[in-house]
Design a protein around this ligand. Structure first.
Ligand code: C5P
Length: 234
């Protein structure tokens, strides 16, 4: 990958209010160029904020995990592509992924598939009516994502090495669950340091609380960037 360490760090703006997100972006300054916006901020003027970030030269990952009938997904993705954001997540159902690829046609939007939610285990899948376990379903959906023309996958850092072997070098692997050495895991059950995640094949690291909750968020981000740069050899 030819991207710089700075372009590989995505800060998850999991904050309750727009004002808090604006203040965090201000504090992080030019140390962070890529932000993830999810439901929480979306419902407090998150979309105009995403557009403002794009105008300010930042990259934005809209983590909306879309899933609906194909026509609705295609139209929604086409609309999202017009916002100028870089990444958008959809659930890894073949029909949903095909519709998303159709909807983003002609735009620079990159589509990421969520294979199986990391809060699901085999019992949750069985309760939802699936006869397949998490591991097999995730692998199957990863292969389908590649065949359909999705650009990448969201996965835990522990899955990265296996998925890299499965889908090859061209798909972007985006990993949450990153904790610098010595940091609290919070509710993340499977965590990895930035160094190990990069070594496992992750292209982009999504980091929330270790930066948002730090006394000095900018210093925390810079420390992670230094680890990424070291891991990728520059
Ligand atoms: O605070 P923390 O670094 O754990 O934040 C990780 C971010 O990645 C959160 O926005 C969380 O919703 C998201 N995420 C995750 N696990 C997934 C998919 C997304 O932690 N499987």
């Amino acid at each position: 990958m030819s991207v710089t360490a700075r372009e590989r760090l995505i800060v998850a703006l999991d904050l309750p209010r727009l004002s808090a997100a604006e203040a965090m972006v201000e504090r992080l300054g030019d140390s962070v160029v890529f932000y993830k916006i999810g439901y929480q901020l979306l419902f407090d003027r998150g979309l105009p904020f995403a557009e403002a970030l794009v105008r300010a030269g930042k990259q934005v990952f809209l983590d909306l995990k879309l899933h609906d009938i194909g026509n609705t997904v295609a139209n929604g993705v086409a609309q999202a592509a017009g916002l100028g954001v870089s990444f958008l997540t959809v659930h890894g159902y073949p029909q949903t992924m095909r519709a998303a690829v159709e909807g983003r046609r002609g735009s620079g939007l990159r589509l990421l598939a969520v294979t199986v939610l990391t809060s699901y285990d085999d019992a949750d899948l069985a309760a939802a009516g699936y006869a397949t376990g998490v591991k097999d379903l995730a692998a199957r959906r990863a292969e389908q994502a590649r065949e359909i023309g999705m650009d990448g996958l969201v996965c835990s850092p522990e899955e990265a090495a296996g998925l890299r072997r499965l889908v090859g070098p061209d798909m972007a692997l985006v990993t949450p669950g990153i904790r610098p050495s010595g940091a609290e895991a919070g509710d993340q059950k499977r965590v990895m340091t930035p160094t190990r995640a990069i070594a496992a094949g992750a292209d982009y690291l999504v980091v929330g609380r270790p930066i948002l909750d730090a006394d000095d968020p900018r210093a925390a981000a810079e420390a992670i960037l230094a680890e990424i740069a070291k891991a990728q050899g520059r």
